[in-house]
Structures are given as structure tokens and as C-alpha cells.
Design a protein around this ligand. Structure first.
Ligand code: NI
Length: 387
């Protein structure tokens, strides 16, 4: 790949990324990160800076010198509750907290791109909103930013966002039209039976037996009810019950995640789940309570907006380095903005060697820092709006 582009401030990108990497903060607690970002942005002549949006987010507006749409460029800023094991010189200084998803790279890329785009303001077509968003890892910071007004004043016409990705070689960009990341919803099922002696099951109502049947039968939603062309995942990740080997407990609790790409299928899932739960609970004489929590919708790329990402990447990196990427079952909270505005989300390859091949959220996750240059070039290219 070409990292010799003299316009890419690779030293600055790396310095910033390592600073954030060494000082990770958990979702909604990104106070130092927020202060660092806002101090950097304050050095630059933006038209407006909205600080401490949704607590630890920032929105910086730049009116370009040429006419054009209002474009929001987004970086998520939070780390994860993971104890880092990379052994890197810039390893986390905060015990039990780590930038294990690469959001440190996203902040560094967007800060550096912002500096360049401010300097090249006269060339920018339209208005740019630089969005530094907290709490991607769970509390849906993207939705909090929307509620705090991120898509208005100015009215945002379209959005772009990226993620570094250890599943893709450095130097490459992954794009996809339509649904890219899955929805992710959660359920919690409480089964109430009647506890008793393990030797006398006929005097009890066993919630574990019922729960075991439910775990197995839920898989028939995917295998027997949904068309094979439509990817759906039903996972029971937690099944808790009982205190010891010879006691039938009163209660069992099952918790799981449901993921898919189609919004009609997504809407149908609680009904399918409950029908199976209801039937089996009746069969096994168990009472139940089912909670279903709608979390992240699927992340859907608008083809027209995505065409801009594809064209920009092809121009900057060469056609051979732009990959039409498969769907992924992750969820991504940028889905909320992309439900409301045409948007495009893309992947920036960050895998250079074995050390940078660990999956995201792994304690050994790290990136090939040449990915910072690619992300920076993409954000500058999209920000300039030269199509
Ligand atoms: Ni992430």
C-alpha cells in the first residue's frame, strides 16, 4: 500500500492514536477523551463547536467555501472493560479498560481529518459536522447524540462513518450496499416452577427441564421458519438456575440475543419467540415472564451515498483495494442515524500481520497503524466532497 503520500500526517495520526490508546475510558465516562478532543478542536476556527453533547460528545461545524449538502462525519470514542494483553509500548495505563475495538483510531483519524479540512475550507463542498460520539459499546451513544440534536442546526443531509477492521488487510476498504451490520435485540425469560427434592420430581415443577427444551426449540425459528436466504441468529448466552445438584429450583432465567438484517423479520421475532415459549411452558406446567428489549436496528447503507464512498476509495486506493464486503453479524449504533438520514458505513482494513489479526474486543487486539492513513485519506476525501 502507498503510505508515502506526503499529505498524510502519519506521525500525528500515530501520536494521537497512541495517546488515546494509552488512556481508554468506558462508555459514558469518556471525560478525559472528551476534554482532549475539545481542546484540540478549540485550536481551529470552526463555525460552531457544541461541547459536552450527550455528556461526553462533541459536534464541530465547518461551513465550506463551495455549495453542497450538510455531511456528518462520525467517530466513536469509547473503550471496553477489557484488561489489555498486547504488551505494546502504548498499552493502556488504565487497569481493566482498553481500546479493544479500535475507536482510538477513529478519534485520531477524525481529529486529523478535521484539521486538514479546516485548512482546506475553501475547497469543501457544503457544510461538515464532525461528530465525536460517546458510548458506542452498549448504551447507544449514537441515539443519545440524535436526542441531543446532532442531526439538526444545521439539518444533516447525509452521514459517513468508518470502522477499522482486523478481518481485512491494511490498505483495503470494505463497502456494502444495503444492510451491512445486523440488528441486535435482547430477551430475558424467567421460568417459574415449583422447587423440591431432586429425588421426588413428581412433587415439583422443574424449570430447568422446560428451559432446556426452550433453548433447543428456539433454534427451530432459524432452521424451520425463516427462509435460508435471510441470515438470523438466535443465541441463548446465559442460562442460570439452581444452587446445588440435588435440589429442583423454583426458577430459571434465560437471556439471549437475536440478530438479523431484515426489519420485517426483526419485528416478527418476539411473536415467534413467545409462541414457542408459551407452548412449551404450558406443556411443562411452568409459568413465564418474557421481556424483549429492542436495542440496535440493522445498519443499512444508502446505495447512492455508498456510491460516493466506493468512488472515493477507488480514486484514493485503486479499484483493486476496494472490496465488496460480506454482511457481518455485529451491530453498530450508527444504525440509528442511518435510519433517519441516508448514510454509508465502511470498513478500513487494519490487519498487517499476526499481531494485528486478533478479533475485535480481544485483549490482544491491535491495529496496523498504516490503517490510520487510509482512514484519514477517506475522511478528507469524503469531507472535501469532490466526487
Ligand atoms: Ni467498534
Amino acid at each position: 500500500m502507498n503510505t508515502a503520500d506526503p499529505t498524510v500526517p502519519l506521525d500525528e495520526l500515530v501520536r494521537l492514536r497512541r495517546h488515546f490508546h494509552a488512556h481508554p475510558e468506558l462508555s459514558l465516562f469518556e471525560f478525559d477523551t472528551n476534554a482532549f478532543i475539545e481542546a484540540r478542536l478549540a485550536e481551529l476556527p470552526f463555525d460552531e463547536i457544541r461541547s459536552k453533547v450527550a455528556g461526553t460528545g462533541t459536534l464541530a461545524t465547518l461551513v465550506g467555501g463551495r455549495p453542497g449538502p450538510v455531511t456528518l462525519l462520525r467517530a466513536d470514542i469509547d473503550g471496553l472493560p477489557v484488561q489489555e494483553l498486547t504488551g505494546a509500548e502504548y498499552t493502556s495505563t488504565r487497569s481493566g479498560v482498553m481500546h479493544a475495538c479500535g475507536h482510538d483510531a477513529h478519534v485520531s483519524i477524525l481529529l486529523s481529518a478535521a484539521r486538514t479540512l479546516v485548512a482546506r475550507r475553501a475547497e469543501v463542498a457544503g457544510t461538515l459536522v464532525f461528530c465525536f460520539q460517546p458510548a458506542e459499546e452498549g448504551p447507544a451513544g449514537n441515539r443519545l447524540m440524535i436526542e441531543a440534536g446532532a442531526l439538526e442546526n444545521p439539518h444533516v443531509d447525509r452521514t459517513f462513518a468508518l470502522h477499522v477492521y482486523s478481518g481485512l488487510d491494511v490498505g483495503k476498504v470494505g463497502v456494502r450496499d444495503g444492510a451491512f451490520f445486523a440488528s441486535a435485540d435482547e430477551f430475558r425469560l424467567t421460568l417459574r416452577g415449583k422447587g423440591g427434592h431432586g429425588a421426588m420430581p413428581h412433587c415439583s415443577v422443574d424449570p430447568i427441564t422446560a428451559g432446556a427444551q426452550i433453548v433447543s426449540s428456539l433454534q427451530s425459528i432459524v432452521s424451520r421458519e425463516i427462509a435460508p436466504r435471510d441470515p438470523v441468529v438466535v443465541t441463548v448466552g446465559r442460562f442460570t438456575s439452581g444452587t446445588t445438584f440435588n435440589v429442583i429450583p423454583d426458577e430459571a432465567v434465560l437471556e439471549g440475543t437475536i440478530r438479523c438484517f431484515d426489519s420485517e423479520i426483526r419485528k416478527s421475532m418476539p411473536g415467534r419467540l413467545e409462541r414457542i415459549v408459551q407452548g412449551l411452558c404450558a406443556a411443562y406446567r411452568v409459568e413465564y415472564e418474557l421481556e424483549y428489549h429492542w436495542q440496535y436496528p440493522p445498519t443499512v447503507n444508502d446505495p447512492k451515498t455508498n456510491a460516493i464512498v466506493r468512488a472515493t476509495a477507488q480514486r484514493l486506493l485503486g479499484v483493486e483495494n476496494v472490496v465488496e464486503h460480506d454482511i457481518t453479524m455485529w451491530a453498530e449504533d450508527m444504525a440509528f442515524m442511518q435510519e433517519l438520514r441516508p448514510g454509508a458505513y465502511f470498513l478500513v482494513g487494519s490487519r498487517g500481520d499476526e499481531r494485528t489479526s486478533y478479533p475485535h474486543h480481544n485483549a490482544r487486539f491491535d491495529i496496523d497503524e498504516r490503517a490510520l492513513a487510509v482512514g484519514y485519506q477517506m475522511m478528507v476525501g469524503l469531507g472535501l466532497g469532490h466526487e
